[in-house]
Design a binder for this molecule. Structure first.
Ligand code: URA
Length: 208
C-alpha cells in the first residue's frame, strides 16, 4: 500500500507551523496533539459500523454506531507520547501500550528496554504512533515486537516520513497501512528528515 498522506488544509497548515524553527515548545506540543487528532480521524475511516434503532424526540430512527471493534494505541517512546492525547481525544476508550527501543551502537540490533502492552492486544486493532518515520528502524522493530504479542491488524501513524523510511517499513511489514501528514524529500547523513522539523522529541519536551 502506498502511504495515505492526509492533505487536509487544517493539517497542512498546522504542519507548516510545526516545521518552523521559531515555533516554541508549548505551541509545538499542542500542534503535535492537534495533528494527531486529524490523522486519527483519517486512520479510523474504515472502522466497522452497525445499525441500531433509537428514538429521537421526534420519531424512531435507524442510525449507525461503531460495531465495537477494540483498539489499542502504542506510542513509541519517547516522541510518540506527544501524539497520544490527540489520539485519545477521538478514541477515549482505547487501551494504551508503550514500547521503548534503542539501537546497540556496535551490533546495530534493536534492544527493547520497555514493552508494556494490553493483555488482549491480539484481539485489538493497533495504532502505532511515532511522529517521524526516518530510517524506519524503530517502527519496524516496534511492530515486530507487537506482532510477537499476537496483534494482527496494525496501522502506523506519523507526522512526517522520509521516502527511505516508508520503503523500509513497507518492505518489512507490507500488511501495515501507513498514515502520514507529509512525505519529505530525503534523510540527511545524520539521519534527520529533510526538510523535516528537527528532533521531534527534543521539540515536544523542550530538551537540548
Ligand atoms: N527523528 C526526529 O525526531 N527527527 C528526524 O528528522 C528524524 C528522526
Amino acid at each position: 500500500m502506498t502511504p495515505m498522506i492526509v492533505e487536509h488544509p487544517l493539517l497542512q497548515h498546522k504542519l507548516s507551523i510545526l516545521r518552523n524553527k521559531q515555533t516554541g515548545t508549548k505551541e509545538f506540543r499542542d500542534l503535535v496533539g492537534e495533528i494527531a487528532t486529524l490523522l486519527c480521524y483519517e486512520a479510523t475511516r474504515d472502522l466497522p459500523m452497525e445499525e441500531v434503532e433509537i428514538e429521537t424526540p421526534i420519531t424512531m430512527a435507524k442510525t449507525k454506531v461503531l460495531a465495537g471493534r477494540k483498539l489499542a494505541l502504542v506510542p513509541i517512546l519517547r516522541a510518540g507520547m506527544g501524539m497520544l492525547d490527540g489520539m485519545l481525544t477521538l478514541l477515549p476508550a482505547a487501551k494504551v501500550g508503550f514500547i521503548g527501543l534503542y539501537r546497540n551502537e556496535e551490533t546495530l540490533q534493536p534492544v527493547e528496554y520497555f514493552c508494556k502492552l494490553p493483555q488482549d492486544i491480539a484481539e485489538r486493532d493497533v495504532l502505532v504512533l511515532d511522529p517521524m518515520l526516518a530510517t524506519g528502524g524503530s517502527a519496524i522493530d516496534a511492530i515486530t515486537q507487537i506482532k510477537k504479542h499476537g496483534a494482527k491488524r496494525i496501522k502506523f501513524i506519523g507526522l512526517i516520513a522520509a521516502p527511505e523510511g516508508i520503503e523500509a517499513l513497507h518492505k518489512a511489514h507490507p500488511d501495515v497501512d501507513i498514515y502520514l501528514g507529509a512525505k519529505d524529500d530525503h534523510l540527511n547523513e545524520n539521519g534527520y528528515i529533510v526538510p523535516g522539523l528537527g528532533d521531534a522529541g527534543d521539540r515536544i519536551y523542550g530538551t537540548k
